[in-house]
Design a protein around this ligand. Structure first.
Ligand SMILES: *[C@@H]1O[C@H](CO)[C@@H](O)[C@H](O)[C@H]1NC(C)=O
Ligand SMILES: *[C@@H]1O[C@H](CO)[C@@H](O)[C@H](O)[C@H]1NC(C)=O
Length: 364
């Protein structure tokens, strides 16, 4: 009896210490960080503790399970200025694996915080794959309802599929920063501005329980060309501004290093027309080649790799300015991730190699 009492006391003590240890050890150990991939200053990590910091700031550790609410989840938009990420064309219907690999590259190699989708992939479950890749890489996503250029009704099924996925996938609201209701829908006149505004409003209502903003991605010129038929109504209903900045196509274009007045003119127009709205340059770049569909409107415009690079250098040199713009500063996306997605605009060439060094500032 004394022996078995001693044995069971010992047993209970050991078990008790193990249990006690697992309870008390955690607070002193800090976050349980599991590194997914190798040495980098910006390692994506997973933590089983409640998240600290905000998504998708650099260095944020993704929680191991889906949070119960969006409270304190998203970073304040004021912190999002300078380089924020890449436009990413999905017409090639990248596999789930490829999405993961390239979103991780965007995060780790370039300190990207966001991926802005462009084009469309109508494969069943594609946006679920995007959500998984974004969650794993720790990047936010701008989803897109793509109208295309055929003037057909496919956008309606794309809209319904996307909205349904945003409601059905529990991770969707934690990685989807916005739904873009079209890329240049005003410039392309896909709907009347009044109808477009009504579509945006109804998508906002649909997504209100998920708190996902709805925007359009559009040129200043797209609004300016439709002032008489209601573009200001669109500017009014969007939650923030997704501005296209493609100075290569300006009638005043020459070399990229001289493009600042063109950029400034369009930014000034947005700031004046919607003073309190946050601005992101969602489609923003300078092509390294011209071809039908990508032709300049100025004899003096130069498209080559040096000018593609010079445009991003120009933006990077103006980080302080972007930080200071009313409405919480301006964050800019680079258009586009790779030449395989849209010839000439890629940071990567078709050979998969960087066309030039690219490490723009994410804060200043
Ligand atoms: C949002 O729209 C989708 C697609 O039409 C629909 O399946 C879903 O029920 C809607 N949800 C709400 C809350 O309106
Ligand atoms: C081109 O430059 C001129 C002179 O600076 C300016 O008045 C004009 O608004 C510019 N046009 C465009 C399309 O930027």
């Amino acid at each position: 009896m004394p022996f078995s009492f001693a044995a069971s006391f010992l047993f209970l003590t050991v078990v008790g210490l193990v249990l006690l240890d697992s309870v008390i050890a955690r607070p002193f150990e800090g976050p349980q960080i599991i590194q997914i991939s190798g040495a980098s200053t910006n390692v994506v990590s997973i933590t089983s503790d409640p998240p600290s910091g905000c998504f998708p700031e650099l260095g944020f550790a993704m929680p191991s399970s889906v949070p119960s609410s969006l409270e304190d989840w998203w970073c304040s938009t004021d912190s999002e200025y300078g380089f924020v990420g890449f436009s990413y064309e999905v017409t090639s219907c990248q596999s789930a694996e490829k999405l993961k690999e390239e979103f991780l590259d965007i995060r780790q190699t370039f300190n990207g915080r966001y991926v802005r989708l462009y084009g469309a992939c109508d494969r069943v479950g594609f946006y679920d794959d995007v959500i998984d890749a974004a969650w794993e890489a720790g990047v936010g996503v701008y989803a897109l309802v793509w109208f295309g250029f055929d003037n057909d009704d496919k956008w309606m099924t794309r809209r319904d599929t996307l909205l349904a996925t945003l409601h059905s996938n529990p991770k969707a609201q934690f990685v989807t920063r916005a739904v873009q209701f079209g890329s240049e829908p005003l410039f392309d006149s896909v709907l009347s501005p009044i109808n477009l505004a009504a579509q945006i409003t109804s998508a906002k209502v649909n997504l209100s329980s998920l708190s996902i903003p709805v925007i359009i991605s559009e040129l200043a010129y797209g609004y300016q060309a439709h002032l008489k038929d209601g573009s200001m109504e669109v500017l009014d209903v969007i939650d923030f501004i997704g501005a296209h900045m493609l100075p290569f196509f300006s009638a005043n274009a020459s070399q990229a290093k001289n493009a600042w007045p063109i950029v400034q003119t369009d930014i000034d127009w947005f700031v004046k027309s919607a003073p309190s709205k946050k601005i992101y340059l969602t489609q923003n770049g300078w092509p390294s080649t011209s071809y039908p569909g990508v032709m300049p409107n100025s004899r003096l415009a130069v498209s080559n790799v040096q000018n593609e690079q010079a445009y991003y250098t120009l933006l990077d040199e103006n980080c302080e300015y972007f930080k200071s713009v009313p409405g919480g500063g301006i964050g800019w996306f680079a258009h586009i991730y790779s030449d395989y997605q849209e010839p000439g605009y890629g940071i990567y060439g078709n050979d998969g190699l960087l066309k030039f060094p690219f490490s723009p500032k994410t804060s200043c």
